[in-house]
Design a binder for this molecule. Structure first.
Ligand code: AMP
Length: 211
């Protein structure tokens, strides 16, 4: 299994860029945040457990997340190039991936972006409830208010994109991220990516980093 992990703050564009890459058909994009939001929508036991943490901007416990990612990766054939977006969030999660030969991480790409940009990006972010296409109320509104340009689905704001929860999510990110950066840097797997600029330029740098 060829696994690349995307590191970076909430709002650094990991999900947007991973979605673009997966549309080429060469990569499989797995977002643990998306998996958890689906579980919440379906009202599963995982969704019920995760919601309590997500609504407060806290991390879901490592044991739950490691079990979830192991179960998800087990369903794949092993030949795919996988992009993990939102996992690992902690060093024990990174160690769990590397503990098995088949899920060892090949590369970690760190999306670097100034903190000042993130709050505006996150609090202004809106998503399509149907296809998850991202929008921004100021910088990239949908053509028809409240409806997705691609599938006409309903546009909504994630409950954890409210300002008080955003502030906590960024605190949590900052408390965990240096440990992950050090972990992958010591293994010579870390690649930094300037993630502030046009999405097209970032995609080009990302493709170079992945090759
Ligand atoms: P995201 O969509 O990646 O911003 O994730 C949204 C929320 O899901 C996070 O704020 C966490 O509460 C939870 N979450 C997603 N991935 C993980 C993870 N790997 N470990 C712990 N919690 C996670």
């Amino acid at each position: 299994m060829n696994i690349t992990v995307f590191l970076g703050a909430p709002g650094s564009g990991k999900g947007t860029q991973a979605k673009k890459l997966s549309s080429s058909g060469k990569f499989i994009h797995l977002s643990t945040g998306d998996i958890l939001r689906n579980a919440i929508k379906e009202g599963t036991p995982l969704g019920k457990e995760a919601k309590v943490f997500m609504d407060k901007g806290e991390l879901v416990p490592d044991s739950t997340m490691i079990g979830l990612i192991e179960a998800t990766l087990k369903n794949l054939s092993g030949l795919e190039h996988i992009i993990l977006d939102g996992f690992p969030r902690t060093v024990p999660q990174a160690e769990a991936l590397d503990a098995k030969e088949t899920t060892k991480v090949k590369k970690a790409i760190f999306f670097q972006i100034p903190d000042s940009v993130l709050v505006d990006r996150l609090t202004g972010r809106r998503l399509c409830r149907n296809c998850s296409q991202p929008y921004h109320i100021k910088h990239m509104p949908p053509k028809k208010a409240g409806h997705c340009d691609l599938c006409s689905g309903e546009i909504y704001q994630r409950s954890d994109d409210q300002e008080d929860v955003v502030v906590r999510r960024l605190e949590v990110f900052n408390s965990q991220n240096q440990g992950l950066v050090d972990y992958y840097s010591q293994k010579n797997k870390l690649q930094n990516l300037i993630a502030h600029g046009s999405p097209e330029d970032i995609q080009k740098s990302l493709i170079q980093a992945l090759n």
